[in-house]
Design a protein around this ligand. Sequence first.
Ligand SMILES: CCCCCCCCCCCCCCCC(=O)SCCNC(=O)CCNC(=O)[C@H](O)C(C)(C)COP(=O)(O)OP(=O)(O)OC[C@H]1O[C@@H](n2cnc3c(N)ncnc32)[C@H](O)[C@@H]1OP(=O)(O)O
Length: 136
Amino acid sequence: MGMEEETLAADGSAHYRLRCGPEHEGGPGVAHGGWISGVFVEIVGHLAVQMEQLAVTGALSVTYRKPVPINRPLTARAWLAGKDGGKWTVEGSIHLASSGTELAHATALLVEREMSHYTRAREWLGREEAGSDGTA
Ligand SMILES: CCCCCCCCCCCCCCCC(=O)SCCNC(=O)CCNC(=O)[C@H](O)C(C)(C)COP(=O)(O)OP(=O)(O)OC[C@H]1O[C@@H](n2cnc3c(N)ncnc32)[C@H](O)[C@@H]1OP(=O)(O)O
């Protein structure tokens, strides 16, 4: 996703240096929105990994404030904004490195899981493709 460096701050937030390559261009000189969303899924998910908790993204809301240029140094951060049992609210932002201006912001709901999540997903898919009622 173009991540070049990750640093963890004492407050638990994660900070990145990154850059959008031309392969993710969505308009002349600017990033595709899917790349921006993908960066957010990765950095909010990685925050949970850093805290040694497996969690998946249940919901992600992205605000695209300014076009994100390709081939320019960017910074991003992710931080835990709240926790309610096994549900985490994680926020993220992407900035133009040169000015610090925020280009995009995200709020994500992460849901804690065990590794059995993936076994259950495979079992669910088997039932789904076999034409059962699909109840997970
Ligand atoms: C230089 C170095 C750089 C390094 C750079 C890092 C690189 C390394 C990256 C590693 C990091 C990658 C990280 C990728 C992470 C994914 O890409 S995740 C992939 C995308 N997400 C998915 O595939 C999830 C698919 N969805 C699901 O599996 C299920 O819907 C979920 C999300 C597990 C929820 O299932 P569920 O049965 O509803 O779960 P359940 O336990 O019943 O619900 C828990 C609670 O969450 C609530 N909830 C669930 N979904 C929602 C929702 N959408 N909205 C509101 N509430 C919800 C439920 O209502 C419930 O609430 P309570 O009743 O407890 O109050």
